[in-house]
Design a protein around this ligand. Structure first.
Ligand code: AMP
Ligand code: MG
Length: 358
């Protein structure tokens, strides 16, 4: 398949390019476009054949549902039933933005889009290019992350090109995704709303608007090893794991750097390639390996935005051992650590404790 690549100008698409994107979607084709979370792979959400193409291009299991993107709050009513006051309150505060709500679906939404579920995931993105395409198309665009299943979500058009060139009709380059982590998913069909995937909109932020909110158990535990079945079907699949062996080091900054340095030296002397995920504050503490700062600890947003890019980089250069600092503090920490822990297969070294234990 011939893939058209379009460069947006300063976050805006030319009129002709919007028209091309819309006509591809109308014909049941696939358009990858930027959003503020990660790049999305868009198709007509109400056309079963179109959403099937998404599954095929991504190599995604067909029972892993897609998020339907809308461009106007009013559009919720067309695809969801029993929309509660809480849903509207959240929409009013957090849309457009990185929040996905799970609601009961109306018949118009095909099961091929919802992975066979009677619920539908809905989000109204903030990115101007995404909004322009969705509204001009007429409302409902299914758009999972525009990566091949099992790879990190794409935060730059070059990641999408790496994964989907020749498999989709169009890729729109709108620069780097500003947030860099997938949306928070909240299920509003349960009595107490439940977070199925942590993201930039935190539990506290949600509770400030609608009161009591819980985490799905599968987020908090290593469900690879336990019988906890996540409610977001996507979370049950083998998630992204880097090619190399990723280990997270937890503890105070200096002892962590010291412990990582020791390991990095050991492996380097053995002729192994080593990568280190560090921050602006710590990058100068490391002496061995390929040291990558993903952002500043004073600005958690920068860490969220840099994470997937660095993981992709280490895959591309086939790094064998990757050591990462941990990012447990702050509001975003939970969302960042959720992705990092999964990527590391929950391999964590607690530095203080280990040191005391000799
Ligand atoms: P992605 O768009 O690639 O970020 O993946 C979408 C995520 O949303 C997956 O983890 C899905 O399992 C989840 N999701 C989509 N629709 C539903 C739904 N109806 N119920 C629960 N989770 C959903
Ligand atoms: Mg995804």
């Amino acid at each position: 398949m011939n893939t058209i690549i379009i460069q947006a100008d300063n976050g805006t698409l030319k009129e002709d390019d919007i028209k091309t994107a819309v006509s591809i979607l109308k014909n049941g084709g696939l358009v990858a476009f930027p959003t503020e979370t990660v790049y999305g792979l868009g198709a007509d959400a109400l056309n079963p054949k179109a959403s099937e193409k998404i599954y095929k291009a991504k190599g995604r299991p067909s029972d892993n549902p897609l998020i339907v993107h809308i461009s106007d709050i009013k559009n919720i009513e067309q695809i969801a039933r029993d929309v509660s006051m809480k849903a509207y309150e959240l929409a009013k505060v957090f849309w457009p933005g990185p929040l996905t709500m799970i609601l009961n679906k109306k018949d118009i939404v095909p099961y091929s889009t919802t992975g066979g579920l009677d619920t539908v995931a809905i989000r109204l993105p903030a990115n101007k290019i995404a909004k322009d395409i969705i509204s001009r198309f007429g409302g409902y665009v299914a758009a999972p992350s525009a990566n091949v299943s099992g790879k990190p979500s794409p935060t730059k058009a070059e990641h999408v090109i790496e994964d989907l060139m020749g498999k989709v009709d169009m890729i729109i380059d709108g620069g780097k995704s500003t947030l860099g982590l997938e949306s928070t998913i909240i299920d509003l069909t349960s009595t107490i709303p439940m977070i199925l995937r942590p993201g930039c909109i935190t539990k506290t932020m949600l509770e400030n608007v609608i009161g009591d909110v819980r985490y799905d158990k599968a987020i908090l535990e290593n469900h690879d090893d336990k019988d906890v079945i996540p409610k977001a079907p996507g979370m049950k699949y083998r998630h992204y794991a880097p090619e190399g062996c990723l280990t997270i080091y937890e503890g105070d900054m200096l002892p962590v750097a010291e412990a990582i340095n020791k390991k990095a030296m050991e492996y380097t002397l053995e002729g192994r390639s080593v990568g280190i995920i560090a921050t602006e504050e710590t990058k100068n503490l490391y002496k061995h390996g390929d040291i990558k700062s993903i952002g500043s600890r004073k600005d958690e947003d920068s860490i969220a935005a840099g994470l997937y890019s660095v993981l992709r980089y280490f895959d591309n250069v086939h790094t064998e051992y990757i050591f990462s600092e941990s990012f447990v503090n702050g509001d975003l920490g939970q969302a960042i650590m959720n992705r990092l822990l999964k990527a590391a297969g929950y391999r964590v070294v607690k530095v203080d404790k280990d040191m005391q234990g000799g």
